[in-house]
Each structure stands twice: as structure tokens, then as C-alpha cells.
Write a protein that binds this ligand. Structure first.
Ligand SMILES: *[C@@H]1O[C@H](CO)[C@@H](O)[C@H](O)[C@H]1NC(C)=O
Ligand SMILES: *[C@@H]1O[C@H](CO)[C@@H](O)[C@H](O)[C@H]1NC(C)=O
Ligand SMILES: *[C@@H]1O[C@H](CO)[C@@H](O)[C@H](O)[C@H]1NC(C)=O
Length: 373
């Protein structure tokens, strides 16, 4: 009831502002709120462009289908929009959340959301060391702390708190690199694998993530969505290096993902009970992506094993996507854009489930319901 009133006042305000500035097409509309996006290359919108790192996607043909840039690469690790971009659109947000490190991510633009995600990043600081540089989750939360103070300055403390608690969705897509580019890396993390059982490592991940989500809560985050780790044994890279058959996935990475995911589900349940007034949504990305991988033809894809852009082996899964890579002829027919990342076509299906889907994938609610709380 109170919320509806706030909503109406805000709508009336935005109409007044738009009448007052006719001719300017982009009227600031904060009623649909903002996304604050944390995570790894699945949702990085360009932060790594500003880091000295070996993990970059601002090279062609990445972004070839990204309309907002006219097809020039932006640092997104896919051919078009990321899941975070599409979710923002579906929820009616005015802009894509801007990369925190981009120089023009300043002023009132941040009120439409900020993206802290970084290719190669993980829950643990040591994850992704192979890329020399990346933003791990601890640092991403430090950066939100900076944004949080900027929102106070823009809106005043009371309105800022209201905006962050009621109108902002905090999405966290992290964990894959903690396995792919940490625990499962043979040389760099030999130490971790020798000294830690999978159980011990997963314990560490869950404890760190609990701390990170609790820090966001202390900064007034109340609407969370946390994705679990996808079937990382089914990505073209893993299938290629393990020389699997088209219909098989590598079992160890999937087993580790499932082990982590089970603990994650318990953690999110715990946080729902312990963080007063917070809603923590669990997105079963594993099940969603597995459905696409297994039943790709039902969704209009012709393959879920071969990368569209990449080279090497039977699934083009060894050399990352770049200017000299071979590219498939129909990008909308591949579940995977490159050896690691889904195509925009797959991202659209996943994002729509996150926003509108039922309890099969989204518990206790979907993102449209989370937004409207
Ligand atoms: C920031 O700069 C980038 C690259 O120049 C541009 O694509 C983007 O639209 C700009 N964003 C804003 C909010 O001005
Ligand atoms: C990870 O790095 C951050 C930022 O440098 C630091 O604040 C944090 O204490 C580190 N965490 C661990 C477990 O070393
Ligand atoms: C945010 O930054 C302030 C310093 O500016 C610090 O005192 C506070 O502990 C930080 N909060 C979190 C949750 O990291």
C-alpha cells in the first residue's frame, strides 16, 4: 500500500519532469529501479577493458550482434547482450548497468545501475590469477561501497536508502572461475587441490560468499538474486580438451558444481532467515543451462556442443574467440558463442526464465516479483 503510493508519486514526478523537458527524449525514470550486477565474465559489461589483464573481450567479433554499440566489441564475452543486460531490459530499466570502471560511469547515470563483474573473477581472491588481473568478489563489494556513498550524495541519505533497499536488485553470478580457473587448474592451484578436499574448498567458498553477501546487506541491499554454478563440464572447452562425444559432459567439473550448488542453496535459505527484511532469490542456472544443453533442438538450436566462435578440436573449444577465429554462419543456432560462454540467443532464453519463470528455476520467486515487492 505504502509502496504503491511511493510508486505513484514517483510516476507523477517523472511525468512532470518529462513535461518540463519536452524535446529531450530520455526522461529520467527511476520508478523501475536499478540493477547492481556482481560476477564474472558471464555478466561483465566492460570492466576488464580498464584492467591490465589477459582476460578481455573487447576484440572482434565479440559484440557483433550488440545493437547498442552497432556491433563493435564492448568487453562483453558474447556476441550480443549478456544475461544482466536482458534482465534489465525485461524489468523496464532505462539503461544497461554501466561498468564501474568506465570513466563516464559518473553522476546520475549510476542511478540506473552499475556493473562490477569482471572476466576471470571469483569468490576467492586467488581465483583467476592466471589472467594476471581481474576484480574478485571482495573488491567488487568494495566498489559498491563507493557507489553507495555516491547515491547518498545524489539523492540524500533518506531517499538513497529507500532507493537501494526498495528499488535495487543485486544480482550475483559467480563461482564458475573458482573451479575452472582455480581448483581445477592443474599447475597454478596444485597447492589447493593437494591440501584441500573438494569439501574443504566448497566450505571456503560458501563462507566467503556469506561474508560478501552480508557486507552488501550492511550497505542496504535487500533484494538479492544469486545464480548457482552452471554445468561447467558441458562447455565446449571442457568437452574439447577431454575429447568427449557430442552428448557427453565432463563429470568432475559438473560434480564439483553440484556439490557447491547444494551448499549454496542452504546458504541462501539461511540468509533469508537471518538477514532481516532481505529477500534472497535462488536462480537454478545449472538446471536451466543443462536443459538447453540437453534439449537444444527444442529451443531452435542446432548444436550445444560446438562453439560458434573459436578454434581447436572437434568443438572449436581450445583457442578463444578473436579476429582470426572461425565463426559459425548462424549465431542464433549455437547455445555457446565461444569455448566458455553462452550466445545471446541462449542468454535471452535464460534471462526470460529468470524474470518470468516459475518455481522450477526461481525460488522463492522470479525477478519480476522481486522487483515488485
Ligand atoms: C560511456 O562511454 C561508452 C564508450 O565511449 C559509450 O558506449 C557509452 O554509451 C557511454 N555511456 C554513457 C552513459 O554516456
Ligand atoms: C582479498 O582482497 C581484498 C582486497 O584486496 C582484501 O580486502 C581481502 O582481505 C582479501 N581476502 C582474503 C581472504 O585474503
Ligand atoms: C564501506 O566503507 C567505509 C569506509 O569508507 C567502511 O568504514 C565500511 O566498513 C565499508 N563497509 C563495508 C560493508 O565494507
Amino acid at each position: 500500500m505504502a509502496l504503491n503510493l511511493i510508486h505513484m508519486v514517483a510516476m507523477v514526478l517523472s511525468v512532470i519532469i518529462s513535461l518540463g523537458s519536452f524535446g529531450i527524449s530520455q526522461t529520467e525514470d527511476l520508478t523501475k529501479g536499478a540493477s547492481f550486477i556482481f560476477g564474472d565474465s558471464l555478466v561483465d559489461a566492460g570492466n576488464n577493458n580498464y584492467l591490465p589483464t589477459l582476460s578481455r573481450a573487447n576484440i572482434a567479433p565479440n559484440g557483433i550482434d550488440f545493437k547498442a554499440s552497432g556491433g563493435t566489441p564492448t568487453g562483453r564475452y558474447t556476441n550480443g547482450r549478456t544475461i544482466g543486460d536482458i534482465v534489465g531490459e525485461e524489468l523496464g530499466q532505462q539503461h544497461y548497468a554501466l561498468p564501474f570502471l568506465a570513466p563516464n560511469t559518473t553522476g546520475r547515470a549510476i542511478l540506473h545501475g552499475v556493473n562490477y563483474a569482471s572476466g576471470g573473477g571469483g569468490i576467492m581472491n586467488a581465483t583467476g590469477r592466471i589472467f594476471v588481473n581481474r576484480l574478485s568478489m571482495d573488491i567488487q563489494v568494495d566498489y559498491f561501497n563507493i557507489t553507495r556513498k555516491q547515491i547518498d550524495k545524489l539523492l540524500g541519505a533518506a531517499n538513497a536508502k529507500e532507493y537501494v533497499t526498495k528499488r535495487s536488485i543485486f544480482s550475483i553470478t559467480i563461482g564458475s572461475n573458482d573451479f575452472l580457473n582455480n581448483y581445477l587448474l592443474p599447475v597454478i592451484s596444485m597447492g589447493a587441490r593437494i591440501t584441500q578436499s573438494p569439501n574443504g574448498f566448497v566450505d571456503d567458498l560458501i563462507n566467503h560468499l556469506r561474508g560478501q553477501l552480508t557486507r552488501l546487506y550492511k550497505l542496504d541491499a535487500r533484494k538479492f538474486v544469486v545464480g548457482n554454478v552452471g554445468p561447467i563440464g558441458c562447455i565446449p572447452y571442457q568437452k574439447t580438451i577431454n575429447q568427449l562425444h557430442e552428448t557427453e559432459c565432463v563429470s568432475l567439473p559438473n560434480k564439483l558444481a553440484l556439490q557447491y550448488n547444494a551448499r549454496l542453496k542452504d546458504l541462501l535459505q539461511e540468509l533469508n532467515e537471518n538477514l532481516k527484511d532481505a529477500t534472497v532469490v535462488h536462480a537454478d542456472v545449472y538446471a536451466l543451462v543443462m536443459e538447453l544443453v540437453s534439449n537444444y533442438d527444442k529451443y531452435g538450436f542446432t548444436t550445444s556442443s560446438k562453439a560458434c566462435c573459436g578454434n581447436g578440436g572437434q568443438f572449436a573449444g581450445i583457442v578463444p574467440c578473436g579476429p582470426t577465429s572461425s565463426m559459425c554462419s548462424d549465431r542464433s543456432k549455437h547455445v555457446f558463442w565461444d569455448p566458455y560462454h553462452p550466445s545471446e540467443a541462449a542468454n535471452v532464453i535464460i534471462a526470460k526464465q529468470l524474470v518470468n519463470g516459475g518455481e522450477k528455476y526461481m525460488t522463492p520467486m522470479n525477478l519480476r516479483q522481486l522487483r515488485d515487492l
